[in-house]
Ligand binder design. Structure first.
Ligand SMILES: O=c1ccn([C@@H]2O[C@H](COP(=O)(O)O)[C@@H](O)[C@H]2O)c(=O)[nH]1
Length: 280
């Protein structure tokens, strides 16, 4: 089986091992923050992300384009082109489309086609709060990753995710249990847990065993790397189990023409800090 026909989970396992990295570089291309030379250029968004991908590809276990940044500036064709570039040049690195979809099953069928057929992503983020029938359509795409929001990194995540359910546990832990114990019969599901809440990462890890966790919130959101890695670690398998995302801190390391080299410097120090934390 070559890298392209591997499942998302197999790709991740290989990437953690061969890249020696749990860093995921996120693509959130804000048109106002692109280097001046790329602002307003017809394929400026694509070129910006491509150059950062090419400068960091040896440092990551995954790439994560954020859909809204492309759609809001009518750059969906550039997103398609970016993912094609990533899959052609780096078939061993999984691509997560971060679109946080959630809708009734008949509509979710089309969101799944959008993510996996139109964009060719290896995994997609989904919102579970409409229930399992809204997640099932993604699972019909064998081998593709379905990454379910559990305990998000934003402060307002507590508004709903911390509400106690009838069993007395907070909603996010109920989601973790459903995901691990009921929904994951095909092994395609992972969870999103924010680096800004390491205590909750540890509680989720205790429920889900070795399920991969997508962890945004280091870098611009200030999540602590040591606390995050310690909370999400899998006993006996250091350096695995986590896809730890940083977007703005890497993308906007420089506003000049040296943006890609500057992104590499920050990505490398972040990768190294994650490695050091995993080795403790
Ligand atoms: O709980 C969540 C879920 C997703 N995100 C996404 O991750 C990146 C974070 O970007 P930074 O610049 O590193 O803060 C962004 O695409 C979010 O949409 C999240 O932050 N928290």
């Amino acid at each position: 089986m070559n890298a392209c026909s591997n499942t998302f989970n197999q790709q991740l396992q290989s990437a953690w091992a061969s890249q020696g990295s749990m860093l995921c570089v996120g693509f959130d291309p804000d048109p106002k923050r692109l280097p001046l030379a790329l602002q307003g250029k017809p394929e400026g968004v694509f070129e910006f992300c491509r150059d950062i991908a090419d400068a960091t590809a040896d440092l990551v276990c995954a790439f994560k384009p954020q859909f809204a940044y492309f759609a809001s500036q009518r750059a969906e064709a550039q997103l398609e082109k970016l993912i094609r570039h990533l899959k052609d040049k780096y078939p061993h690195i999984p691509v997560i489309l971060d679109s946080k979809r959630g809708d009734i099953g008949s509509t979710a069928d089309h969101y799944a086609l959008e993510a996996f057929e139109r964009y060719g992503a290896d995994a997609v983020t989904v919102n579970p709060y409409m229930g399992f029938d809204t997640i099932e359509p993604y699972l019909k795409h064998a081998g593709k990753g379905v990454i379910v929001l559990c305990r998000t990194s934003n402060p307002g995540g507590s508004d709903l995710q911390f509400l106690n359910t009838a069993s007395g546990e907070p909603l996010y832990l109920h989601v973790a249990k459903l995901a691990a114990q009921k929904w994951n019969t095909s092994g395609q599901i992972s969870l999103v847990v924010g680096a800004t809440y390491p205590e909750e990462i540890a509680k989720v890890r205790a429920i889900v065993g070795d399920m991969p966790l997508l962890i945004p919130g280091i870098g611009a959101q200030g999540g602590d790397i040591d606390a995050t890695v310690n909370a999400g670690r899998i006993t006996g398998a250091p350096g695995t189990g986590m896809i730890i995302n940083s977007s703005r801190a890497i993308l906007y390391a420089s506003t000049g023409n040296d943006f890609a080299q500057a992104a590499r410097v920050v990505a490398q120090s972040t990768r190294d800090a994650l490695r050091a934390a995993a080795a403790k």
